[in-house]
Design a protein around this ligand. Structure first.
Ligand SMILES: NC(=O)c1ccc[n+]([C@@H]2O[C@H](COP(=O)([O-])OP(=O)(O)OC[C@H]3O[C@@H](n4cnc5c(N)ncnc54)[C@H](OP(=O)(O)O)[C@@H]3O)[C@@H](O)[C@H]2O)c1
Length: 286
Protein backbone atom coordinates (compact mmCIF):
# COMPACT_ATOMS: atom_id res chain seq x y z
CA UNK A 1 0.00 0.00 0.00
CA UNK A 2 1.15 3.56 -0.71
CA UNK A 3 3.02 5.04 2.26
CA UNK A 4 2.03 8.62 3.09
CA UNK A 5 4.06 11.36 4.79
CA UNK A 6 3.35 14.95 5.74
CA UNK A 7 5.90 17.75 5.86
CA UNK A 8 4.32 20.56 7.94
CA UNK A 9 2.48 19.68 11.14
CA UNK A 10 0.36 22.84 11.26
CA UNK A 11 -3.41 23.31 11.05
CA UNK A 12 -4.04 21.71 7.67
CA UNK A 13 -1.33 19.04 7.96
CA UNK A 14 -2.66 17.89 11.34
CA UNK A 15 -6.24 17.69 10.09
CA UNK A 16 -5.47 15.90 6.85
CA UNK A 17 -2.94 13.47 8.35
CA UNK A 18 -5.45 12.38 11.02
CA UNK A 19 -8.28 12.17 8.50
CA UNK A 20 -6.28 9.99 6.08
CA UNK A 21 -5.12 7.72 8.90
CA UNK A 22 -8.69 7.30 10.17
CA UNK A 23 -9.67 6.23 6.66
CA UNK A 24 -7.09 3.46 6.62
CA UNK A 25 -4.24 5.15 4.75
CA UNK A 26 -0.77 4.40 6.17
CA UNK A 27 0.45 7.81 7.34
CA UNK A 28 3.93 6.68 8.36
CA UNK A 29 5.94 9.87 8.84
CA UNK A 30 5.53 13.49 9.93
CA UNK A 31 8.20 16.16 9.59
CA UNK A 32 7.97 19.79 10.56
CA UNK A 33 10.16 22.80 11.20
CA UNK A 34 10.14 22.00 14.92
CA UNK A 35 10.50 18.48 16.30
CA UNK A 36 7.90 19.36 18.95
CA UNK A 37 5.01 19.83 16.53
CA UNK A 38 6.05 16.81 14.42
CA UNK A 39 6.20 14.59 17.52
CA UNK A 40 2.89 15.87 18.92
CA UNK A 41 1.11 15.04 15.69
CA UNK A 42 2.86 11.70 15.08
CA UNK A 43 1.82 10.56 18.57
CA UNK A 44 -1.83 10.98 17.61
CA UNK A 45 -1.49 8.75 14.54
CA UNK A 46 -1.10 4.97 14.92
CA UNK A 47 2.07 3.61 13.25
CA UNK A 48 3.45 7.08 12.56
CA UNK A 49 6.78 8.56 13.65
CA UNK A 50 8.29 12.03 13.73
CA UNK A 51 11.25 12.27 11.35
CA UNK A 52 13.25 14.94 9.56
CA UNK A 53 12.08 16.20 6.18
CA UNK A 54 14.67 14.18 4.22
CA UNK A 55 13.27 10.95 5.70
CA UNK A 56 9.63 12.00 5.23
CA UNK A 57 10.46 12.71 1.59
CA UNK A 58 11.08 8.97 1.07
CA UNK A 59 7.35 8.09 1.32
CA UNK A 60 5.40 7.14 -1.81
CA UNK A 61 2.99 10.06 -1.41
CA UNK A 62 4.24 13.22 0.30
CA UNK A 63 1.99 16.14 1.26
CA UNK A 64 3.78 19.48 1.67
CA UNK A 65 1.53 21.23 4.20
CA UNK A 66 3.85 24.15 4.92
CA UNK A 67 3.27 27.91 4.41
CA UNK A 68 3.10 28.74 0.69
CA UNK A 69 6.48 30.48 0.68
CA UNK A 70 8.16 27.32 2.01
CA UNK A 71 6.82 24.96 -0.68
CA UNK A 72 9.26 25.96 -3.45
CA UNK A 73 12.42 25.83 -1.29
CA UNK A 74 11.44 22.38 0.07
CA UNK A 75 10.65 21.11 -3.43
CA UNK A 76 14.09 22.28 -4.52
CA UNK A 77 15.99 20.87 -1.52
CA UNK A 78 14.55 17.42 -0.78
CA UNK A 79 15.88 14.19 -2.37
CA UNK A 80 12.88 13.20 -4.49
CA UNK A 81 12.98 10.03 -6.59
CA UNK A 82 11.31 8.81 -9.77
CA UNK A 83 7.78 7.45 -9.38
CA UNK A 84 7.13 9.27 -6.15
CA UNK A 85 4.12 11.61 -5.73
CA UNK A 86 4.52 15.07 -4.24
CA UNK A 87 1.47 17.21 -3.53
CA UNK A 88 0.97 20.65 -2.01
CA UNK A 89 -2.24 21.86 -0.41
CA UNK A 90 -2.19 25.54 -1.30
CA UNK A 91 -5.06 27.18 -3.15
CA UNK A 92 -3.08 30.12 -4.49
CA UNK A 93 0.32 28.66 -5.36
CA UNK A 94 0.64 26.99 -8.75
CA UNK A 95 1.62 23.32 -8.90
CA UNK A 96 4.52 24.43 -11.13
CA UNK A 97 6.35 25.44 -7.92
CA UNK A 98 6.98 21.68 -7.46
CA UNK A 99 8.90 21.54 -10.72
CA UNK A 100 12.24 20.57 -9.06
CA UNK A 101 10.56 17.39 -7.76
CA UNK A 102 9.12 16.73 -11.21
CA UNK A 103 12.59 17.06 -12.71
CA UNK A 104 13.71 14.23 -10.45
CA UNK A 105 10.91 12.04 -11.83
CA UNK A 106 8.19 12.60 -9.22
CA UNK A 107 4.57 13.18 -10.19
CA UNK A 108 3.44 16.52 -8.78
CA UNK A 109 0.01 17.83 -7.94
CA UNK A 110 -2.32 19.91 -5.79
CA UNK A 111 -4.94 18.97 -3.19
CA UNK A 112 -6.62 22.09 -1.83
CA UNK A 113 -9.51 21.55 0.56
CA UNK A 114 -12.05 24.40 0.45
CA UNK A 115 -12.50 24.61 4.18
CA UNK A 116 -11.16 26.66 7.06
CA UNK A 117 -8.64 24.93 9.31
CA UNK A 118 -8.23 27.50 12.08
CA UNK A 119 -9.51 24.85 14.53
CA UNK A 120 -8.12 21.47 13.31
CA UNK A 121 -10.31 19.29 15.53
CA UNK A 122 -13.45 21.04 14.31
CA UNK A 123 -12.15 20.95 10.72
CA UNK A 124 -11.90 17.14 10.88
CA UNK A 125 -15.69 17.03 11.14
CA UNK A 126 -16.12 19.52 8.29
CA UNK A 127 -14.18 17.63 5.60
CA UNK A 128 -17.07 15.38 4.55
CA UNK A 129 -19.29 17.43 2.23
CA UNK A 130 -16.59 20.07 1.59
CA UNK A 131 -14.97 20.43 -1.81
CA UNK A 132 -11.36 19.89 -2.73
CA UNK A 133 -9.60 21.23 -5.80
CA UNK A 134 -7.26 18.66 -7.25
CA UNK A 135 -4.71 18.99 -10.00
CA UNK A 136 -2.10 16.68 -11.44
CA UNK A 137 -1.26 14.21 -14.22
CA UNK A 138 -3.91 11.50 -14.81
CA UNK A 139 -2.41 8.80 -12.53
CA UNK A 140 -1.98 11.17 -9.63
CA UNK A 141 -5.35 12.83 -10.25
CA UNK A 142 -6.99 9.39 -9.98
CA UNK A 143 -5.23 8.73 -6.66
CA UNK A 144 -6.22 12.14 -5.28
CA UNK A 145 -9.82 11.49 -6.37
CA UNK A 146 -9.78 8.22 -4.42
CA UNK A 147 -8.59 10.08 -1.35
CA UNK A 148 -11.29 12.71 -1.80
CA UNK A 149 -13.92 9.97 -2.19
CA UNK A 150 -12.72 8.27 1.00
CA UNK A 151 -13.05 11.57 2.86
CA UNK A 152 -16.48 12.12 1.22
CA UNK A 153 -15.28 15.36 -0.35
CA UNK A 154 -16.52 16.78 -3.64
CA UNK A 155 -13.90 17.16 -6.34
CA UNK A 156 -13.18 20.25 -8.42
CA UNK A 157 -10.55 19.75 -11.12
CA UNK A 158 -8.50 22.89 -11.72
CA UNK A 159 -6.82 23.64 -15.03
CA UNK A 160 -3.17 24.66 -14.68
CA UNK A 161 -2.77 28.43 -14.28
CA UNK A 162 -6.22 29.11 -12.75
CA UNK A 163 -5.21 29.07 -9.11
CA UNK A 164 -4.93 32.79 -8.37
CA UNK A 165 -8.41 33.48 -9.79
CA UNK A 166 -9.87 30.39 -8.13
CA UNK A 167 -8.39 31.19 -4.73
CA UNK A 168 -8.99 34.95 -4.87
CA UNK A 169 -12.68 34.37 -5.57
CA UNK A 170 -13.01 31.70 -2.86
CA UNK A 171 -12.01 34.39 -0.33
CA UNK A 172 -15.48 35.92 -0.80
CA UNK A 173 -16.95 32.78 0.79
CA UNK A 174 -14.35 32.67 3.54
CA UNK A 175 -12.36 35.49 5.12
CA UNK A 176 -14.20 38.29 3.27
CA UNK A 177 -17.33 37.19 5.14
CA UNK A 178 -15.40 38.13 8.27
CA UNK A 179 -14.60 41.52 6.72
CA UNK A 180 -18.34 42.07 6.13
CA UNK A 181 -19.09 41.27 9.75
CA UNK A 182 -16.20 43.49 10.81
CA UNK A 183 -17.87 46.37 8.95
CA UNK A 184 -21.16 45.69 10.78
CA UNK A 185 -19.27 45.62 14.09
CA UNK A 186 -17.66 49.00 13.30
CA UNK A 187 -20.97 50.64 12.37
CA UNK A 188 -22.92 49.23 15.33
CA UNK A 189 -20.00 50.23 17.55
CA UNK A 190 -20.67 53.85 16.53
CA UNK A 191 -23.90 53.74 18.56
CA UNK A 192 -22.52 51.72 21.45
CA UNK A 193 -23.06 48.01 20.70
CA UNK A 194 -19.91 45.96 21.18
CA UNK A 195 -18.48 43.18 18.97
CA UNK A 196 -19.80 40.31 21.08
CA UNK A 197 -23.37 41.63 21.08
CA UNK A 198 -23.19 42.48 17.37
CA UNK A 199 -22.05 38.98 16.44
CA UNK A 200 -24.66 37.42 18.72
CA UNK A 201 -27.31 39.37 16.82
CA UNK A 202 -25.91 39.04 13.30
CA UNK A 203 -24.46 35.51 13.08
CA UNK A 204 -27.94 33.88 13.12
CA UNK A 205 -28.92 36.31 10.34
CA UNK A 206 -25.79 35.37 8.38
CA UNK A 207 -26.55 31.66 8.82
CA UNK A 208 -30.16 32.20 7.67
CA UNK A 209 -28.92 34.05 4.58
CA UNK A 210 -26.50 31.23 3.68
CA UNK A 211 -29.23 28.62 4.21
CA UNK A 212 -31.53 30.61 1.90
CA UNK A 213 -28.78 30.77 -0.75
CA UNK A 214 -28.38 27.00 -0.50
CA UNK A 215 -32.08 26.32 -1.02
CA UNK A 216 -33.08 29.17 -3.37
CA UNK A 217 -29.90 30.29 -5.16
CA UNK A 218 -28.40 33.78 -4.91
CA UNK A 219 -31.10 35.85 -6.62
CA UNK A 220 -33.88 33.83 -4.96
CA UNK A 221 -32.41 34.34 -1.50
CA UNK A 222 -32.13 38.12 -1.84
CA UNK A 223 -33.99 39.98 0.92
CA UNK A 224 -33.85 43.55 2.24
CA UNK A 225 -34.64 46.94 0.65
CA UNK A 226 -32.99 46.28 -2.72
CA UNK A 227 -35.05 43.11 -3.19
CA UNK A 228 -38.22 45.17 -2.59
CA UNK A 229 -37.14 48.16 -4.66
CA UNK A 230 -37.29 50.39 -1.53
CA UNK A 231 -35.13 53.21 -2.89
CA UNK A 232 -35.88 55.64 -0.04
CA UNK A 233 -34.50 53.18 2.54
CA UNK A 234 -31.34 52.68 0.48
CA UNK A 235 -30.94 56.47 0.16
CA UNK A 236 -31.15 56.81 3.97
CA UNK A 237 -28.54 54.04 4.44
CA UNK A 238 -26.18 55.79 2.03
CA UNK A 239 -26.64 59.19 3.72
CA UNK A 240 -25.86 57.99 7.25
CA UNK A 241 -22.97 55.77 6.16
CA UNK A 242 -21.39 58.62 4.16
CA UNK A 243 -21.76 60.80 7.25
CA UNK A 244 -20.05 58.16 9.38
CA UNK A 245 -17.11 58.05 6.97
CA UNK A 246 -16.60 57.87 3.19
CA UNK A 247 -15.18 54.32 3.37
CA UNK A 248 -18.42 53.06 4.96
CA UNK A 249 -20.53 54.69 2.22
CA UNK A 250 -18.22 53.46 -0.55
CA UNK A 251 -18.37 49.83 0.62
CA UNK A 252 -22.17 49.94 0.97
CA UNK A 253 -22.55 51.49 -2.50
CA UNK A 254 -20.42 48.84 -4.21
CA UNK A 255 -22.27 45.99 -2.52
CA UNK A 256 -25.66 47.57 -3.20
CA UNK A 257 -24.66 47.99 -6.86
CA UNK A 258 -24.00 44.22 -7.03
CA UNK A 259 -27.32 43.55 -5.29
CA UNK A 260 -29.24 45.64 -7.79
CA UNK A 261 -27.78 43.48 -10.56
CA UNK A 262 -28.83 40.37 -8.63
CA UNK A 263 -32.34 41.77 -8.08
CA UNK A 264 -32.55 42.38 -11.83
CA UNK A 265 -31.64 38.73 -12.48
CA UNK A 266 -34.28 37.61 -9.97
CA UNK A 267 -36.93 39.58 -11.88
CA UNK A 268 -38.82 40.67 -8.75
CA UNK A 269 -38.10 44.40 -9.11
CA UNK A 270 -39.28 46.32 -12.18
CA UNK A 271 -36.99 48.55 -14.28
CA UNK A 272 -38.43 51.78 -12.87
CA UNK A 273 -37.63 50.74 -9.29
CA UNK A 274 -34.23 49.41 -10.29
CA UNK A 275 -33.46 52.86 -11.74
CA UNK A 276 -34.66 54.52 -8.50
CA UNK A 277 -32.31 52.24 -6.58
CA UNK A 278 -29.40 53.19 -8.84
CA UNK A 279 -30.18 56.87 -8.23
CA UNK A 280 -30.35 56.30 -4.47
CA UNK A 281 -26.84 54.93 -4.53
CA UNK A 282 -25.74 57.94 -6.54
CA UNK A 283 -22.16 58.94 -6.93
CA UNK A 284 -19.59 58.16 -4.28
CA UNK A 285 -18.49 61.17 -2.18
CA UNK A 286 -15.41 62.90 -3.58
N1 LIG B 1 -5.40 26.88 7.26
C1 LIG B 1 -6.29 26.79 6.30
O1 LIG B 1 -7.48 27.08 6.54
C2 LIG B 1 -5.90 26.28 4.94
C3 LIG B 1 -6.92 25.94 4.03
C4 LIG B 1 -6.59 25.43 2.79
C5 LIG B 1 -5.25 25.33 2.43
N2 LIG B 1 -4.27 25.71 3.29
C6 LIG B 1 -2.87 25.56 2.85
O2 LIG B 1 -2.22 24.60 3.66
C7 LIG B 1 -0.84 24.92 3.78
C8 LIG B 1 -0.49 24.99 5.25
O3 LIG B 1 -1.26 25.99 5.86
P1 LIG B 1 -1.59 25.97 7.43
O4 LIG B 1 -2.67 26.97 7.64
O5 LIG B 1 -1.76 24.59 7.90
O6 LIG B 1 -0.22 26.58 8.00
P2 LIG B 1 0.31 26.54 9.51
O7 LIG B 1 -0.78 26.21 10.46
O8 LIG B 1 1.09 27.79 9.70
O9 LIG B 1 1.30 25.29 9.51
C9 LIG B 1 2.44 25.24 8.74
C10 LIG B 1 3.36 24.20 9.34
O10 LIG B 1 4.50 24.09 8.49
C11 LIG B 1 5.64 23.97 9.30
N3 LIG B 1 6.78 24.53 8.56
C12 LIG B 1 7.04 25.82 8.25
N4 LIG B 1 8.14 25.91 7.50
C13 LIG B 1 8.60 24.64 7.36
C14 LIG B 1 9.72 24.09 6.70
N5 LIG B 1 10.58 24.85 6.01
N6 LIG B 1 9.89 22.75 6.77
C15 LIG B 1 9.04 21.95 7.44
N7 LIG B 1 7.94 22.44 8.09
C16 LIG B 1 7.74 23.76 8.04
C17 LIG B 1 5.34 24.77 10.57
O11 LIG B 1 6.20 24.21 11.50
P3 LIG B 1 6.30 24.18 13.08
O12 LIG B 1 4.92 24.08 13.66
O13 LIG B 1 7.04 22.91 13.27
O14 LIG B 1 7.02 25.40 13.48
C18 LIG B 1 3.84 24.54 10.74
O15 LIG B 1 3.57 23.45 11.57
C19 LIG B 1 -0.63 26.24 3.03
O16 LIG B 1 -0.14 25.97 1.75
C20 LIG B 1 -2.02 26.82 2.96
O17 LIG B 1 -2.20 27.66 1.83
C21 LIG B 1 -4.55 26.17 4.54
Amino acid sequence: MTSVAFIGAGRLGATLAKALSRHGMPVVAIASRSATSATALAQEIPGCRAVNADIAAEADLVFLTVPDDEIGPLAARLPWRAGQRVVHCSGATEVAVLEPAQRRGALTGGFHPLQIFSDPDRALGLLAGSSVAIEGPAVLEAQLRQIADALQMRVIVLPAGARALYHGAASFAASFLLSMLDEAVAVWGSFGIDEKATLQALLPLARGTLAAAESKGLAGALAGPVSRGDASVVARHVAVLDALGPAHGALYRELARRQIALARTGGRVNEERLEALREAIGRPLA
